[in-house]
Design a protein around this ligand. Sequence first.
Ligand SMILES: NC(=O)c1ccc[n+]([C@@H]2O[C@H](COP(=O)([O-])OP(=O)(O)OC[C@H]3O[C@@H](n4cnc5c(N)ncnc54)[C@H](OP(=O)(O)O)[C@@H]3O)[C@@H](O)[C@H]2O)c1
Length: 305
Amino acid sequence: MKTLEYDDYRQAPAVREQAVPSIAIDEVLVKVAAAALNPLDIKIHAGYMTDFFPVAFPYIPGTDIAGTIETVGDGVLGWKTGDEIIARLDPSKGGAFAEYAVVPADQLVRAPTSMPLAESAGLVTIGGTAWQILFEEFAVAPGHQILVHGAAGPVGAFTTLLASNAGAEVFATAAGDDEEYVRALGAVQVIDYRDQRFEDHLSDMDLVVDTVGGDVEERSLKVLKRGGTLIATPMPPDEARARHAGVEAKFVFHASNASRLEHVAERAENGIKVRIDRTIPLDEGADAFARQANGDAKGKIIFRM
Ligand SMILES: NC(=O)c1ccc[n+]([C@@H]2O[C@H](COP(=O)([O-])OP(=O)(O)OC[C@H]3O[C@@H](n4cnc5c(N)ncnc54)[C@H](OP(=O)(O)O)[C@@H]3O)[C@@H](O)[C@H]2O)c1
């Protein structure tokens, strides 16, 4: 099978041929239709995640797949050859950017039927993260006022959509060019981060979701109501500084969880779409890693096998 892989941190990923992997009794072999690239893949490749996700080389990157079950392990119940699935692989093991991937049966989720299978690969990490933020780390409810930073990015967009569908009033920061896109996701106000300061416009937020980091985190403390919550995705926030400001700050650490992904797939059946930057073959892997690392992708980069 064709794979994308590298032998050391920061080495350009290259296409290689490998034997199709074998499966254990509680696993399935999936013929991968598509796999989505995430910022996490870039951070692992750069060697920044060794404390959380140590990897062994050669390493096939990628966690988010959509595909069709090829072979089912002897101990697996409820799944059969030909079933269309989405799944998130363990980042330490990787394996998504390949023609076949091994998936533990307890991580399988039926692919939504309302979107092309390839597009549904783009739901996996962003949908799971947004769900975890809004419904597990926080309990979003109608009437909540929520500010989403980076609302045009994949995680921010999904968070905006899920929060507005849940009845929250969503405010957003994004580049002005993305205003129409972010409003279509349900945001009531979009603040162009390039020439406006969100803290000049907003106050009394119940929740700020920060997918950007840097000084955005500290500035966000000023727009929360007393007792409000900041949830950050790029880096753990400064919890002591937040407490001092009378609010709570926490980091979301997205972990693979099939039941959470089932909720995301259900929402997708109700019309949620994934913004795709480009769909490319594995051969363009090195360029895709560079594009994602440079922050040039507008939406998900999807590898089509
Ligand atoms: N902790 C976890 O479990 C977890 C899970 C998923 C993702 N993450 C992290 O969350 C972050 C976001 O992920 P993503 O996939 O959505 O990333 P992304 O593709 O890099 O999107 C980031 C978005 O933020 C926008 N942006 C940049 N600077 C901004 C600013 N100052 N104010 C407002 N918007 C700004 C960008 O807009 P432009 O296009 O204008 O540059 C882009 O739309 C990444 O760091 C990722 O690693 C963490």
